[in-house]
Design a protein around this ligand. Structure first.
Ligand SMILES: Cc1cc2nc3c(=O)[nH]c(=O)nc-3n(C[C@H](O)[C@H](O)[C@H](O)COP(=O)(O)O)c2cc1C
Length: 146
């Protein structure tokens, strides 16, 4: 079983959310890597069973530039078997709140086995921890034996 959280963050909000999700997974004995998109090796994409993608939103609902290669990699590689989730932070002051999460969601729904999405307003707060827990549980649900 191979799992990772791949994210980008400029001012730290999405990074905090990525760390919350990471900590929840580790606490539940899930072996997962926490990597920034700049460190990610695209040749390994199809090796994963579970991937959580984290992004902020830029420029009127757009995907940040540094996430475009990952987006294209999902579109062009054989990734149907990967169970995915997408999370992000945004600012509801803008017309397309967390638009990058929506763009990833629509693509991942087609290309992968999309399990869950999560949007958080700016810096994650303590109360968002329970949402991070839900996100993590839905993503790795097939691993949980009852
Ligand atoms: C120039 C600019 C454009 C932005 N555009 C959007 C947007 O269209 N939609 C949105 O939800 N948030 C938008 N944001 C807010 C960021 O996505 C938000 O601050 C996010 O939490 C930043 O994530 P980070 O701290 O991980 O870098 C914008 C911020 C800036 C500075």
């Amino acid at each position: 079983m191979k799992a990772a959280i791949i994210y980008t963050s400029i001012t730290g909000n999405t990074e905090v959310l990525a760390e919350q999700i990471y900590e929840v997974m580790v606490a539940e004995d899930i072996s997962v890597d926490l990597i920034t998109v700049d460190e990610f090796d695209y040749n390994t994409l199809a090796d994963y069973d579970f991937l959580a993608v984290g992004t902020y939103t830029w420029d009127n609902g757009e995907i940040p530039l540094e996430m475009e290669e990952l987006f294209t990699a999902f579109e062009t590689q054989d990734v149907k078997h990967i169970m995915t989730g997408v999370f992000g932070t945004g600012d509801s002051f803008y017309p397309y709140y967390c638009g990058a999460v929506d763009l990833f969601r629509d693509m991942l729904y087609v290309q992968t086995d999309l399990a869950v999405t999560l949007k958080v307003e700016l810096m994650p707060q303590q109360e968002d921890l329970s949402r991070a827990k839900q996100f993590s549980r839905r993503l790795v649900r097939p691993l949980v034996t009852v």
